[in-house]
Design a protein. Structure first.
Length: 215
């Protein structure tokens, strides 16, 4: 069996849907953007078509089965680790989905491919606002507080956490002369953390403090 006009339709559908997902990544200035995801979707579609023609009716997954494995190398290339911070995971999954959309178009399931592309755009765009809201609602930070134990007992620092509406777990404590440094894992929303920072800044008994968001 030789390629026909329906294969051109499949490639055009893969091209358009891959471009739609790629535009969203390009708009957000991600490592894999418009052209990359378009080419991934287009290439996955073509490999799927050729898998059918080369493998034949009895073995149509001859090439297509390896697309999922091969696309993992591209996804790994956009994941970056900087200390405890990892970025690019969402773009890597977008590459994976763009490949799946191309493969689906290659099988002729255009409606399913289009539906997947729409859902992917909703997840990448609309769900970002939901994630932002959830992050503000519940955050986790690590605090390091240094204070003079003669002027401020550890219970006083922990009272600031409670007054700010935060939950905490004391990790460890060290002493250097009269100065005590305590490490805490603290949970709450963004407003509570802002209140705690103000309280610690205004408390003259606190020598220093800092906080960081864990990975």
């Amino acid at each position: 069996m030789s390629p026909g006009i329906h294969d051109i339709y499949s490639l055009l559908v893969a091209l358009g849907l891959g471009a739609a997902v790629g535009l969203e990544r390009e708009y957000r200035s991600k490592a894999a953007g418009f052209r990359t995801l378009t080419m991934i979707s287009l290439g996955s579609c073509l490999f799927t078509l050729m898998s059918y023609y080369i493998g034949g009716p009895g073995n149509p997954d001859r090439i297509a089965a390896n697309i999922v494995q091969g696309i993992g190398f591209l996804g790994a290339g956009v994941i970056f680790k900087d200390g405890f911070s990892v970025s690019g995971l969402t773009t890597a999954t977008a590459i994976w989905v763009a490949s799946a959309i191309g493969m689906t178009a290659g099988t002729g399931n255009y409606a399913l491919a289009a539906f997947t592309a729409v859902v992917a755009l909703i997840v990448l765009g609309v769900f970002e606002r939901v994630q932002f809201w959830l992050d503000r609602l519940h955050q986790r930070r690590n605090y390091r507080v240094t204070f003079d134990r003669a002027a401020l007992p550890p219970e006083g620092v922990e009272e600031d956490f409670r007054r700010s509406g935060l939950k905490y777990i004391k990790q460890k404590e060290s002493r250097n002369g009269n100065l005590v440094t305590s490490w805490y894992e603290v949970y709450g929303n963004a407003g509570c953390f802002a209140a705690l920072d103000r309280a610690l800044l205004e408390d003259e008994r606190v020598s220093s403090f800092d906080n960081e968001t864990p990975p």
